[in-house]
Ligand binder design. Structure first.
Ligand SMILES: Cc1cc2nc3c(=O)[nH]c(=O)nc-3n(C[C@H](O)[C@H](O)[C@H](O)COP(=O)(O)OP(=O)(O)OC[C@H]3O[C@@H](n4cnc5c(N)ncnc54)[C@H](O)[C@@H]3O)c2cc1C
Length: 452
């Protein structure tokens, strides 16, 4: 009996040593759009990668939570955000091809992720130069109404004389579904032989003797384990600052999470049923919309209900508030003023579309609080960490500060992060421009600013 106890003790010790001593090549922490895209891009390049996510496979929060994000391409000449969106579309197409490879039927399609539809931008006349700069970029298909009469003629819209309207038409511009995209990225990662581990929360991350030591708790069983890795990608969205506090403490000053709200509205059935088919078509082709006023009202069709009534998702890009408790913020109910703001702006837009809707015709279906991670310039960060004396630590990459624009370029940010991890170079000028705008040179300048 005593001998078997000793034997079991030896076995347990040996097994735990084996777990401790296995060293991963790359661990990506955070399985939102950014971490999943990075882990997929690494997988595509044949790298061994482990993706760790604290939530279960069906997410209930996170910046990527939800079923619709605006995907738009229009931008000024050599605009990096147009490039990132276009690259993300082509990388998504590669993912779809890979998932369908070796299958008798085509199980995956771009249309599972993207809903192609016109994207409408409304500007004020004083933003004329911004509006015209958008039209000066790649030869994307668009229509431009520079006054009230043209808006009526081109889009059937009734706008004040002080507004301008641009409508973009391009394949895969419209909306994309982050929930479906993340699911497919995880399928791709697994198909390549790599792992996605859910319910694993990283509670400590440090570097010792050149190796990352990642303490992880299984949120279901409460068990702890330590994972060792040669390289780490931090992609924890709003949690990045806390996650990297020991390895790159400056990130918590450079990226701030802010609360936003999203309302989901429907036109009440009695009003919707009275709308003509022509009005319904006009409504469907007039979403998504970004109204570039001071708050930036944006809205899109999240999905259609069982009666084919659209569920309109509504938010204000600049309507940000401070967060007291990041873990609890997702549960915070919307304030009455936030719901009212959403209804007023929606009714205003529908009336601009010549669809007469009063506030009382709009039904608040639901709403939730969500979080943007912001950098000072609102340009995301995809960079190696910087260690003492402005040295770049090529074993660590952070992808974050994605603001409200990350989703449309997700796989492009993931591609750049994966290239940084692998040391791959891409000589294209626009790639270099994007990499530099997101990368370490800017980070060094930012760190210097906070150290002053
Ligand atoms: C309201 C709203 C509207 C938006 N609209 C648009 C839009 O119209 N168009 C557009 O292009 N973009 C839009 N965006 C932006 C886009 O959705 C985000 O840029 C993107 O989702 C950010 O993804 P992420 O992976 O960085 O973060 P997240 O999705 O938050 O992913 C981080 C993941 O890390 C996990 N995690 C955190 N800490 C740990 C830990 N310690 N251990 C393990 N896992 C951890 C989290 O659970 C989470 O799943 C919008 C964002 C919001 C919030």
């Amino acid at each position: 009996m005593k001998n078997s106890i000793v034997l079991i003790a030896i076995l347990i010790t040996t097994l735990s040593c084996v777990t401790e001593e296995k060293i991963e090549d790359v661990v990506v922490i955070g399985g939102g759009l950014m971490g999943s895209s990075t882990a997929w891009e690494l997988s595509k390049n044949g790298q061994n990668v482990l993706l760790i996510e604290q939530q279960d496979s069906i997410y209930t929060y996170g910046s990527s939570f939800g079923e619709a994000r605006i995907s738009r391409s229009l931008g000024p000449k050599d605009d990096i955000f147009s490039y990132l969106q276009q690259t993300s579309v082509s990388e998504t197409s590669n993912l779809i091809d890979y998932l369908n490879e070796g299958k008798k039927e085509t199980l995956h399609s771009m249309e599972d992720i993207y809903t192609t539809s016109p994207v409408t931008y409304i500007f004020s006349k004083f933003q004329l130069s911004d509006a015209e700069a958008l039209l000066n970029g790649p030869k994307d298909n668009y229509k431009y109404a520079s006054n009230k009469a043209e808006a009526e003629q081109l889009f059937g819209m009734n706008i004040p004389d002080t507004s301008l309207v641009i409508r973009e038409f391009k394949e895969y511009s419209g909306t994309l579904n982050p929930k479906v995209l993340i699911k497919k990225l995880h399928l791709g990662i697994r198909k390549s032989g790599n792992r996605v581990n859910y319910n694993q929360k990283v509670t400590d991350l440090r570097k010792e003797n050149g190796i990352y030591k990642i303490t992880v708790v299984d949120v279901k069983s409460g068990e702890n384990q330590t994972i060792l890795s040669k390289k780490v990608v931090a992609a924890a969205g709003p949690y990045n600052g806390t996650l990297v506090k020991d390895v790159a403490p400056y990130f918590s000053s450079l990226i701030s999470p802010k609360r936003l709200f999203l309302s989901f509205l429907k036109i009440k059935s009695d009003t919707y049923d009275l709308m003509t088919n022509e009005q319904r078509d006009r409504l469907n082709s007039s979403y998504p919309v970004a109204y570039l006023n001071s708050e930036i009202f944006y809205s899109m069709i999240e999905k259609y209900d069982e009666n084919n009534r659209p569920l309109l998702k509504v938010g204000g890009h600049f309507l940000r508030t401070e967060i007291e408790d990041l873990d609890a913020v997702w549960e915070k109910e919307l304030a009455a003023e936030e719901i009212l703001w959403s209804k007023k702006n929606t009714a205003d837009y529908l009336n601009k579309l010549n669809i007469t809707v009063a506030l009382s015709d709009l039904e608040y279906a639901r709403g939730y609080s969500c979080v943007y991670s912001l950098t000072e310039s609102e340009t995301p960060i995809v960079s190696h960490a910087i260690v003492k004396n402005k040295e770049v630590d090529s074993s660590f990459v952070l992808i974050g500060g994605m603001s409200g624009i990350g989703a449309k370029g997700a796989l492009a940010y993931g591609l750049i992060a994966a290239d940084l991890v692998s040391g791959n170079e891409n000589k294209s000028l626009i790639y270099q421009k994007a990499k530099s705008a997101l990368g370490s040179k800017r980070l060094i300048e930012n760190i210097q600013k906070i150290n002053k």
